[in-house]
Design a protein around this ligand. Structure first.
Ligand SMILES: Nc1ncnc2c1ncn2[C@@H]1O[C@H](COP(=O)(O)OP(=O)(O)OP(=O)(O)O)[C@@H](O)[C@H]1O
Length: 324
């Protein structure tokens, strides 16, 4: 089966600046792609091109087999685009706002009302139908913007930094909405510089820096990329109390004396330890040996574990830490 979206060698120059540089990727229906990169990496430019609002300097994009560059009119009905800055109008209720855009999409009569109601139901905006959009919280306003993007039932959703500025609860709700949309068979591209957020939302990720894709792949694969692991991160916690006085600095010294420990730092209530692995020695064997050293030295270890890698670690690996 051919992918819903195929981006091939996309480039966008602004004068001497190459904002998007030879970007290629594919996206299947029903999957969520996280587009991750720092400010100025080229995320918005790429999304604007995919939304047919800008033309590439070169390259090709196929959506449902149609060229987005040559036949934008054909593909536009398939695309829902939510820009990073979206406005609402004063003195307009949630229902009126969505109804206005439904008209703009050419929906009429009972079909329009039904579509607006269905979108309000899906986004949980039903109870707020008569509220002014200006009186809504940021999370709710953002749902209105998402609802607007869904009115014409597009197959591809392009969401530019939708999680930006949302509180944790609103982010979780957004994640659930996006998952439901993917389950309906829509393909979603969501851009962000909030790396850890995307790990839970996306099936695949594309990491972009200075216009170039540095890595693409399944989130699990990216997380494991350098975990044919040359090193492992451990966290160690010690019991606190009068009897363990001096234990933290003793533990720190002892850990640093171990031949394969490259770094020890205090992180909150734990010590974070970077342990280099010998070829052929698994992370679990190496960390068990380290635990034994601490316990044998009489240190009151109360918690010890391997730190889970997250997308931020993968990002740091791929960008070699340049974008910290
Ligand atoms: N219309 C334009 N004219 C000139 N340069 C532009 C234009 N739009 C974007 N750029 C430049 O292209 C580069 C990529 O910008 P873009 O907005 O795509 O990055 P981004 O990854 O979305 O970053 P942000 O998160 O800050 O929006 C930046 O250097 C930006 O200054």
């Amino acid at each position: 089966m051919s992918p819903l979206l195929e981006v091939k060698g996309l480039r966008r120059d602004y004068g001497a600046l190459r904002a998007v540089d030879d970007v290629s990727f594919k996206l299947e229906a029903g999957s969520i792609l996280g587009f991750i990169g720092p400010n100025g990496a080229g995320k918005s430019t790429t999304l604007r091109i995919l939304a047919t609002l800008d033309a590439p300097t070169s390259g090709e994009v196929l959506l449902g087999g149609h060229s987005l560059v040559d036949t934008p009119d054909k593909v536009r009905p398939l695309i829902g685009y939510m820009p990073d800055r979206y406005g609402t109008y004063d003195d307009v209720t949630v229902f009126e706002f969505l109804d206005f855009f439904a008209r703009a999409y050419g929906l009429t009569g009972a079909k329009r009302r039904q579509r607006v109601e269905s979108v309000m139901g899906f986004t949980g905006l039903g109870p707020l139908a008569d509220k002014l959009t200006t009186a809504l919280s940021k999370g709710m306003r953002q749902r209105v913007a998402l609802g607007r993007t869904l009115l014409h039932d597009p197959q591809l959703l392009l969401l530019d930094e939708p999680a930006d500025g949302l509180d944790p609860r609103a982010r979780i709700e957004l994640r659930e909405l996006l998952r439901a949309l993917a389950d309906q068979g829509k393909a979603v591209i969501i851009s962000s510089h909030i790396l850890t957020e995307l790990a839970e939302i996306c099936d695949t990720c594309a990491i972009i820096e200075q216009g170039r894709l540095l890595a693409t792949g399944k989130v699990e694969d990216l997380l494991q990329q350098d975990s044919n692991l040359a090193s492992v991160e451990l966290t160690v916690r010690l019991a606190t109390g009068p009897e363990s006085e001096g234990a933290w600095s003793r533990a720190e010294r002892l850990l640093l004396e171990q031949p394969r420990v490259s770094r020890v730092s205090k992180e909150g209530e734990s010590l974070r330890v970077s342990l280099e692995l010998e070829p052929g020695t698994g992370a679990d064997v190496a960390s068990a040996a380290l635990l034994a050293v601490l316990v044998t030295a009489g240190l009151p270890v109360c918690a010890f574990g391997m730190r889970e890698r997250n997308l931020e670690d993968a990002f740091m690996t791929v960008t070699k830490g340049r974008l910290a």
